[in-house]
Ligand binder design. Sequence first.
Ligand code: HEC
Length: 139
Amino acid sequence: MIRSSITRTIALLLATGAAAQEPPPTKAVASAEPAMSTGNRFTEAGGEALYVQICAACHQAGGKGAVGAAAYPALAGDARLASASYPVTVMLYGLRGMPALGRMMSDAQVAEVVNYVRTHFDNHYGDAVAPEDVKAARP
Ligand code: HEC
């Protein structure tokens, strides 16, 4: 369990590093082809599937967090999730050990997984994030 989490974590970090090294697309390129390789994209749909497949590798099932080789904060009962823009910003810009995973997701996927963690694990924040909010917050 811990070993598979670590393997997934390393794979994700490598994927994130690879994405970060891609040169920013110019406007001309962006209109001709997708801005980012589809191979670097997460394909899961729905907040729960995204959480289970991606976030739980570090934040663990139920959002309870973990302390081991690194500290993964609990998302369960996390008062910092009260402001919807906070998790959106963390997803899009990263936060120290937290990779900017939202850059490999669509606006809808970021909204879904943020809405999922804000309404599960003892979090009860009803003001849902819309894909448009994510789009507006992107770098
Ligand atoms: C590679 C491991 C890793 C993965 C995968 C990961 N996180 Fe994180 N996350 C972290 C670490 C480490 C931090 C703590 C960053 C810090 O404060 O230094 C963090 C912090 C956060 C925070 C801020 C929590 C707070 O109270 O400040 C949020 C929100 C968050 N992650 C959401 C997510 C979501 C949603 C996903 C899945 C899409 C996810 N994370 C996947 C490692 C990860």
